[in-house]
Design a protein around this ligand. Structure first.
Ligand SMILES: NC(=O)c1ccc[n+]([C@@H]2O[C@H](COP(=O)([O-])OP(=O)(O)OC[C@H]3O[C@@H](n4cnc5c(N)ncnc54)[C@H](OP(=O)(O)O)[C@@H]3O)[C@@H](O)[C@H]2O)c1
Length: 264
């Protein structure tokens, strides 16, 4: 990414984990930032950390609860006049439980955040910026957005949505000759607050739970590799934990004769 202080990167869920490290990584490349989450103190700490190293950057923090989809519209309205270049929908959480036993209040919040707000923010960004040179939308899915993981069915389904929506959008932008690229980032186990929240646990030991995992800083490095590439998917292989850049994974009906005829 070129040093360009005229451009802004938006990162939702920047107050911890992958989003926190991704914010530092994009700041390291000279990008101004708009950082969103619910915890103001965490975002303020991150802002100060970045400014101590990169004092010339503009780091804007926005406090918003994106599990309320209407807040996604309000958040977008507040920032849409900035010269946005990259939008990273990272805010999300998981849940480990059986479908028959799962807490439906938590599940509804998860679906609002992982699916609805992500769709609203993606659509508004694409609507306004799809023909702006160099723009990218990166949506954070999961290895569980391509493989169904036991006891995480609903979470995986929400991430299958993210993968399918973003791959489809990548096709749509390409076929319409748009300048924006849409990409899916699919990490596997990464040591963050995710484990605690997904298991409703006060403490969570990634060494006991997984043995193999990445750090948030490694995940941010993978995300930058995806950003620098022309591939639509960057995914961690759940078997060997290698990061792989790929073409879209889902079947795409493209030129099928069986598609609905669309009047142009
Ligand atoms: N860690 C993993 O193993 C793993 C693997 C695959 C995919 N992922 C995905 O990676 C993304 C980042 O997760 P992470 O692992 O970095 O977990 P994390 O440390 O729990 O970070 C999640 C971020 O999302 C924000 N967030 C949660 N609920 C929100 C809400 N209602 N409104 C606004 N922001 C909200 C949190 O901020 P506040 O609490 O301050 O709002 C936090 O900044 C998620 O989409 C997750 O599904 C994680």
């Amino acid at each position: 990414m070129a040093q360009n202080t005229e451009n802004y990167t938006v990162i939702t869920g920047a107050s911890s984990g992958i989003g926190y490290e991704t914010a530092k990584a994009f700041a390291g490349r000279g990008s101004n930032l708009i950082l969103a989450a619910r915890r103001k103190n965490r975002l303020e700490t991150l802002r100060q950390e970045i400014l101590s190293r990169c004092p010339s950057l503009d780091i804007i923090i926005k406090i918003t609860d994106l599990s309320v989809p209407d807040n996604a519209f309000l958040f977008y309205e507040e920032i849409k006049t900035y010269p946005l270049q990259t939008w990273i929908n990272n805010a999300g959480f998981g849940n480990y439980d059986t479908v028959s036993h799962q807490d439906l209040n938590k599940i509804r919040q998860m679906l609002h955040l992982n699916i609805e707000s992500l769709t609203i923010l993606s659509s508004l960004f694409v609507r306004d910026f799809k023909n702006t040179e160099g723009t990218q939308l990166i949506n954070i899915s999961s290895a569980g957005g391509y493989t169904i993981v036991p006891a995480a069915i609903t979470y995986c389904a929400s991430k299958f949505y993210v993968s399918a929506f973003t791959e489809g959008l990548a096709w749509e932008l390409k076929e319409n000759g748009c300048k924006m690229q849409a990409k899916v980032f699919a990490p596997a186990a990464t040591k963050t607050e995710f484990g605690k929240i997904a298991n409703d646990a006060a403490e969570y030991d990634y060494d006991k739970a997984f043995g193999t995992y990445h750090t948030s800083a490694q995940a941010a490095e993978f995300l930058l590799k995806l950003y620098d590439s022309n591939k639509a998917v960057g995914a961690v292989n759940r078997e060997n934990f290698m990061f792989e850049l790929k073409e879209p994974q889902f079947d795409y009906a493209g030129n099928s004769n069986h598609n609905q005829n669309i009047e142009k």
